[in-house]
Design a protein around this ligand. Structure first.
Ligand code: SF4
Ligand code: SF4
Length: 142
């Protein structure tokens, strides 16, 4: 017997980002992973030195495995006071592919649970399956 299809292939998923910023304010287990290339893109976008980027914004001095250092409340330091990402064009893949993460779209329970945080889920038009699968493929390449 074959395994059941993941939720996103069984049900049409609607999503329209409102720009509320809630996904950038985290939670206790929140983390934003970066590749070294993504960290470099952020550094260039901010126009700062590597040393300052690491000291001020990254979790690790090991540039192969950096992450964004979030505030104690889980807030991303790149979230501006206007609720917008200050490095939007250089934001990492993890941010670009949200909410199309395997753990969020594989079951209805996970999707609905995340929708309590993200008001864009279950809002707007149905997102084409191809778009979701492109995001999943991008996520797998990291
Ligand atoms: S990098 Fe930008 S999009 Fe990603 S969590 Fe931070 S503020 Fe949000
Ligand atoms: S929580 Fe959802 S609606 Fe709000 S900014 Fe993030 S993706 Fe958009």
């Amino acid at each position: 017997m074959s395994a059941p299809l993941p939720y996103y292939r069984r049900a049409p998923l609607r999503f329209q980002c409102t720009g509320c910023g809630a996904c950038c304010t985290g939670g206790v287990n929140h983390e934003v992973a970066l590749t070294a290339r993504e960290a470099e893109k952020i550094r260039q976008a901010l126009g700062i030195s590597q040393a300052w980027l690491r000291k001020r914004y990254l979790t690790s001095d090991n540039s192969d495995q950096p992450g964004i250092r979030l505030g104690r409340d889980g807030r991303c330091p790149f979230l501006g006071h206007n609720g917008r990402c200050r490095i939007y064009a250089a934001r990492p893949r993890q941010c670009r592919t949200y909410p199309w993460w395997p753990e969020l779209i594989s079951s209805r329970a996970a999707w609905q649970d995340e929708a309590k945080r993200c008001e864009g889920m279950n809002r707007g038009a149905v997102v084409p399956l191809e778009r979701i699968e492109r995001a999943l493929a991008a996520d797998r390449k990291k």
